[in-house]
Design a protein around this ligand. Structure first.
Ligand code: AHR
Length: 499
């Protein structure tokens, strides 16, 4: 058996964990909204057409915040199309995904659904085909109490109380040539700054996220963040990061090492924020919003084929990645990486929530079930709130095709308000278990312990509607005596110690 050693001390603190790192994302894309969260006529649907089976899975996932309504979709979206009586709402071509948007769901319906799901909204405004004026009007519509044209229109449309949306994204992936009205960093920085001013003048309590790079592989990465922040530093609060990983060459060791790239991406963006801060002699710190992350590659081929066969449909099965067990391990490693950077990453959204590269799948008229990646997010959100502690870990390292010195084990630890301690650990080794020796120093005696393991002998195992629990966590016996915990080969582990 391999060996690893972890030292934790309650005085070695990274930061308080912002619960918004357990957020998710709903875009008007594929079947995320239509036949995902919303399917009038489904046996489980409520009076508003929202699927009860999906809502239950979302509530159990414990996501505190949901980014909406895009994504690439938002860069062509006219939010006014999706307010007022449904029968008057126009159908529009969505150029981002080559589909037709029926506009049956808009800000009113989504706010109602999010309330039922127990989540706040992170709303992205369109800074592609539209600009600061429309963004300002939307903030007024959503958050102003009444007595102005936009806020009175909201009241007339049935929402007496403001939606009170506290967090807003200034567009989406504006560095990407695939974006409608893609901009240079200078152009975007200027527009983001002017939109930010007008949005905050309308409601000074809101927080704003400026678009960073769509991925660390973008040619302009680094320069983009620097230029954009140079324009809008004092008027925004966060900069975004987006990152997806895949395993198209079936090199699982290398795939599971991808979080070394994510860690580097996060640290680089934080350094750029601080460099701009320094150059401006500013006292303000910009933090990070990893507002899209996940595994995304399984559905690429299928999507190319579907698009050529059936453009402009509604609720087309796009980006429907079927996740396997190794994908869940990577998501676990991503969550560990976020927790280890909790001092700078304050928001993180698994992209997306239902059907579209999602932890939850549905069949129209049929069932809803949890994919493999559902479980690490659910457990991290339940047990990973409190203070992120610095994990001092020593273990074997190995090289993979693209990474050097990849630790065999990765861990994060969270001290919860009630004094209980959660250790999240992934054993990346596909063949051998690892014995994790925990030196808990000044914590004193814990009275009870539990150890939940997510493991499957086949890293390609998936959950399906007919077999939804192939991959799910199981409790295993744990002893508090010698502080040694066995992490099975290729496993995500949640170890909980309570006073
Ligand atoms: O989440 C799917 C897409 O990925 C989003 O629409 C876009 O922002 C990103 O490229």
């Amino acid at each position: 058996m391999k060996k690893a050693k972890l030292i934790l001390d309650k005085d070695y603190v990274i930061s308080k964990v912002d619960p918004r790192i357990y957020a998710s994302f709903v875009e008007h894309l594929g079947r995320c909204v239509y036949t995902g969260i919303y399917e009038p006529g489904h046996p489980s649907s409520d009076g508003e057409g929202f699927r009860g089976d999906v809502l239950k899975l979302v509530k159990d996932l414990n996501v505190p915040l949901i980014r909406y309504p895009g994504g690439n979709f938002v860069s062509g979206f006219r939010w006014e199309d999706a307010i007022g009586p449904k029968e008057n709402r126009p159908k529009r071509l969505d150029l981002a995904w080559k589909t037709t948007e029926p506009n049956e769901i808009g800000i009113h319906e989504f706010a109602s659904w999010a309330k039922k799901a127990g989540a706040d909204i992170m709303y992205a405004v369109n800074l592609g085909t539209r600009g600061p004026a429309e963004a300002q009007a939307l903030v007024e519509y959503a958050n102003h109490k009444g007595g102005s044209a936009w806020s009175d229109l909201r009241i007339q449309n049935g929402a007496k109380d403001p939606f009170d949306i506290r967090l807003w994204c200034l567009g989406n992936e504006m560095d990407g040539p695939w974006q409608m009205c893609h901009k240079t960093a200078e152009e975007y920085g200027r527009v983001a700054n002017e939109a930010a001013k007008m949005m905050k003048w309308t409601d000074e309590t809101i927080e704003l996220v400026a678009c960073g790079s769509s991925s660390s592989e973008m040619p302009e990465f680094g320069k983009w963040e620097h230029t954009v922040l140079d324009e809008c530093y004092e008027n925004v609060d966060y900069v975004s990061l987006h990152r997806y990983y895949g395993n198209p060459h079936n090199d699982t060791d290398d795939f599971l090492a991808s979080t070394l790239d994510l860690d580097n991406f996060i640290r680089t963006v934080a350094s750029i924020c601080d460099a701009v801060k320094g150059s401006k002699h500013s006292k303000k710190q910009i933090n990070l919003s990893l507002d899209e992350y996940n595994v995304w590659y399984h559905s690429n081929e299928q999507d190319r084929e579907l698009h050529s066969r059936e453009p402009w449909g509604t609720a087309l099965p796009l980006l429907e990645d079927i996740y396997n067990f190794e994908d869940a391990l990577l998501v676990g490693l991503i969550l560990i990486t976020i927790l280890k950077n909790a001092d700078r990453v304050k928001i993180a959204c698994m992209a997306q929530l239902v059907n579209v590269i999602a932890p939850i799948m549905t069949r129209p008229g049929g069932g809803a079930w949890a994919q493999t990646i559902y479980w690490p997010l659910q457990q991290a959100s339940l047990y990973g709130r409190g203070t992120s502690l610095l994990p001092l870990l020593s273990c074997e390292k190995q090289d993979t095709s693209h990474f050097t010195d990849v630790p065999m084990v990765d861990t994060a630890a969270v001290l919860q308000e009630d004094g209980s301690l959660t250790i999240f650990a992934v054993n990346r080794n596909l063949k051998e278990a690892a014995e994790l020796e925990c030196d808990l120093r000044a914590f004193g005696q814990f009275r009870s312990a539990s150890h939940s393991v997510l493991h499957h002998d086949d890293v390609k195992a998936v959950n399906t509607e007919n077999d939804p629990y192939q991959v799910m966590p199981h409790d295993v016996p744990v002893s508090l005596k010698d502080g040694k915990i066995v992490l099975p080969a290729s496993s995500w582990n949640v170890i909980r110690l309570s006073k």
